[in-house]
Design a protein around this ligand. Sequence first.
Ligand SMILES: [Zn+2]
Length: 476
Amino acid sequence: MMRRSLALLLSLALAFPARAAGLPDLGDVGAADFSPATERRIGEQIIQEIRTKDASYLDDPEIEEYVNRLGHKLAASSQNPQQDFDFFVVKDSTLNAFALPGGYIGVHTGLLLAAQSESELASVLGHEIAHVTQRHIAQLVGKQSQSGMLMLASLLVAVLAAKSNSQVSEAAIAAGQAGALQSQLGYTRDFEREADRVGLQTLESAGYDVRGMPSFFERLQRNGRLYENNAPAYLRTHPLTTERIADMENRATSMPYRQVPDSADFGYVRAKLRAQSGVPTDAVRELNSLVEQVPNDAAARYGLARALMRAGRLDEAGAEVERLRKTAEPSAFVEALAAEIAMARKDGARAVKVLEAARARFPAYSYLDYTLADARILAGRPADAAAGVKQALQNRGEDQRLWALLSRANADLGKRTAQHRAQAEVYALRGALPAAIEQLEIARKAADGDFYELSAVDARLRELKARWLEERRERQ
Ligand SMILES: [Zn+2]
């Protein structure tokens, strides 16, 4: 991951090893020079690298949307509800979550699977959100630009090193350095204590079970003791002490007890992760035995249906979904799966029907928009796909998945100007301005749009070229 920027930052990190030792103490530096806008921009660059180049980024909009729903609910109850947050998932079996600069929070799949309740998962997100709202990264970066860059470099290296299964060659080099850097990078004990305290408040005001926090952290610590040489990454990046857990327990017991049931989506997300991992036949076997143990567990059955679909056993997958529709609470997850099974059968018309009904019923689930556009394209209705996507774009203009679908729909319609214009937006949102400009130039040459469309292409081209010039000037 992060090949280009990593190489640059890594060389910076190695060029100033002496400065790494003298990290500023909490409180003795201001975060003023590292403004929230700068922090957000740096975070945005890192996340673009992760989304486009990192093989361990989990490109699953349905799961990403769930984590964002949970994260945003917590963020709305945090100390700074105005802060922008974006959550994403990393395919990594270690128990970890991390905050990048600017409110970008990554969650490992291992953590999603290890949490025994939604409140437990929320407690870790609450802790990470607190690192962001308390501006811990900015305080670590401090005033001096040189050591600031070094801190960022260390941060990137640590993120990279946290990936146990990274295959990028730089990772091997970085891993050696990261051990040294990471010990200096780690949040201080004071930061950790503050993140626990603030995170717990967030958890409480968002309506989760506050006791989820000490119980989960205690289990994390116990696991760390069991596998001493291979302690969960969370323990290394957020050093966990008995005092911290005792502190959390004390605070939690002084708060009113409340029993909070998990959302159905929490179960579906975990079942989907299980169904998608490993060899399909093994996943079928694992979920089958889970269904046998708890036949009324909708999430287990949903997982089994997904695993069967992966294994190409579409009839059985379809039968499990029909059973779910009759017995479980109506769910966007189940409807989306029903449509995906229909699409695997090349039955686009049936998938469109299921999804149009589901979209009306579950308007908050954007995943249905993507799947519906896919299904309409499959059903030979690209004009409907384009119309639906354009409507969704009115509220989510920065959603690159929607732009990619619009480009595909227009390609099917033979509208080349519109196709490349949409593709340009995909690249622009990924921060790849030269590629975006190239697409707009192709769009202009294709010239099969009307006067208004071509003027829009010209205007956008001027805008992106100006932005590209400005970026290049900034870098010099
Ligand atoms: Zn922490």
